[in-house]
Design a protein around this ligand. Structure first.
Ligand code: ADP
Ligand code: MG
Length: 510
């Protein structure tokens, strides 16, 4: 009993279990993510070479990035600042002392023969992210750590049939690796977590969040266990209650994250139900096939022989510097959400939908000033958002500005047009026909509220349809038919409130 109650409690407060039915019973999924976010910075982590996609191959490579003998790395203060800013945005512990380690491995696009990373002592420790689900409810994902590391270059296998080319432009670019605790329970929760994390990074200005360019990508750790395993893990902290995990490398879209998890969980369940066991291994997701496949198993896993990089001093941060970064933080998504709720009286759901994109929230606030907050939010998050998304545009470059949406909402609020006509006006706005007020005037769309005119239409309708009129007395819902007919006769311009009032009076519904 106690267990059942605690379970319900944890559902609302932490994460939602989505059970998967197998042949031998139910299973639950457990997920932990390692997100690689490219630091927004003009220069690389340990060199002054420029950062940015689209440049000529090997045109943004310093002698340090190319690992020429005798070159020494110099830490880029800006990158550290961005990592600290991100840590503060994740409500995380900032470690005033951290250090860099060498992670040794050979790869053609890694000229040093090692990656400089942070292994034992990362710059940021434990934090948390509050995540919105699609239904507006929230859950919390714990952050284990955030560390700084170098990105590798790029091997190009498709330029020549017999050779591989190497582009070092990306080599040495600063990455933040943000490691979550295994706190997610479904593919939807994992995608929602990455979405919220991405939003926070964009608000902070520490990563541009461009997943198509690979500037934000996730390694997804997936395991399955019998129901209750995750709750026992949360209670005791012991990983023994969880299944063996597989790590799916470098997944770079919300859709792929979900597909990879769904496939991988099914694969593991089938193995376990056939009496097998899961090999801890690194896997790749193949978007074409929708499958994951093995890259390397833990037994073959690299021994990276980490050791502190002798070329770099330990990183020591001045508390006053950290405090100054904290004082300069912008309003972050959760604070903005709370403010939108209190200032405009929006629901948690509506506010959550608005804040997930900073430009959308800004657009909303410009449009909502002095207007019906909920109505404005509907127009921004439903009609306009749908149009923008269908044409692959953002709120920042919306062809319909906040002033035009404000004008449209005002026309509805003042009863000049009905919501139905407003949709028509909106279509014309989108088609570039001008401001809503002008469209209404030019097209003669002003709502009919003149009782005399409407009365004449209604009288005629009742006279022509005596049977229907009599039926309304026994079945008041049947009034809807008359409302429809009046709207038809007025081309949708009849003021619904006035039409209803007149009909009720004339049909004897009081
Ligand atoms: P590694 O460096 O080998 O990948 P980490 O300790 O950095 O190991 O953990 C990587 C990720 O794996 C973390 O995000 C963590 O939450 C996740 N994780 C650990 N155990 C499990 C598990 N049983 N199921 C799902 N995810 C897990
Ligand atoms: Mg890992």
């Amino acid at each position: 009993m106690r267990g059942a109650r605690r379970y319900l409690h944890s559902m609302s407060e932490t994460t939602n279990t989505k059970l998967i039915r197998g042949r031998t019973g139910d299973w639950e999924i457990v997920l932990g993510l390692e997100v690689h976010a490219q630091v927004a910075s003009n220069a690389k982590l340990f060199s002054g070479a420029a950062v940015g996609a689209g440049a000529e191959p090997n045109s943004q490579v310093s002698l340090v990035d190319a690992a020429m003998p005798g070159m020494l790395p110099v830490i880029n203060r800006r990158c550290v600042e961005q990592a600290v800013r991100t840590g503060l945005g994740l409500k995380a512990q900032i470690n005033l002392k951290s250090r860099f380690d060498r992670k040794n491995y050979f790869y053609p696009d890694l000229p040093q023969g090692y990656q400089i990373s942070q292994f034992k002592d990362p710059v940021v420790g434990e934090g948390e992210v509050i995540v919105e689900r699609d239904d507006g409810s929230t859950f919390v994902v714990g952050i284990e750590r955030l560390h700084l590391e170098q990105d590798a270059g790029k091997s190009l296998h498709d330029q020549d049939p017999n050779a591989t080319y190497v582009d070092l432009n990306r080599a040495g670019t600063a990455l933040m690796e943000i490691v979550s605790k295994p706190h997610m329970r479904s593919s939807e929760e994992a995608a929602a977590y990455v979405k919220k994390l991405r939003t926070i990074l964009i608000y902070l200005g520490t990563c541009d969040g461009d997943m198509e360019k690979g500037n934000l990508r996730a390694d997804v750790n997936v395991s399955v266990c019998r129901p209750g395993g995750h709750d026992r893990f949360r209670e005791t902290g012991s990983f023994s209650h969880l299944g063996t995990r597989c790590e799916i490398k470098n997944v770079n879209s919300f859709r792929y994250i979900q597909q990879a998890i769904e496939y991988e969980a099914r694969r593991q369940i089938e193995i376990l139900e056939d009496g097998g066991s899961i090999n801890q291994e690194t896997r790749l997701f193949d978007p074409g096939k929708g499958e994951t496949r093995s890259m390397r198993s833990k037994e073959e896993a690299h021994d990276y022989r980490y050791f502190p990089d002798p070329d770099l001093l330990p990183l020591e941060l001045d508390p006053a510097w950290v405090k100054a970064i904290e004082d300069s933080l912008p309003e972050l998504p959760d604070a903005k959400k709370a403010r939108l709720q209190s200032q405009y009286g929006l629901s948690a759901y509506d506010a959550g939908v608005l804040i997930i994109e900073q430009d959308k929230a800004d657009f909303y606030e410009l449009a909502a000033r002095g207007r019906d907050a909920k109505l404005t939010s509907n127009w921004v998050t439903n009609e306009l958002a749908a149009k923008l998304s269908a044409s692959h545009q953002d709120f920042a470059d919306s062809p319909i500005g906040p002033g035009a949406i404000a004008e449209l909402v005002t026309l509805i609020e003042q009863g000049v047009i009905s919501s139905k006509i407003a949709k028509d006006v909106f279509e014309r706005m989108w088609a570039g026909e001008g401001a809503p007020g002008d469209i209404v005037e030019k097209q003669g769309l002003t709502q009919m509220s003149d009782t005399g005119e409407l009365e004449a239409i209604i009288d005629k309708l009742i006279a022509e349809n005596p049977g229907q009129a009599a039926a309304v007395k026994d079945k008041p819902q049947a009034i809807g038919w008359f409302v429809g007919q009046v709207m038809k006769a007025t081309g949708g311009k009849g003021n619904p409130g006035v039409v209803n009032g007149l009909l009720r009076g004339k049909l004897g519904l009081g």
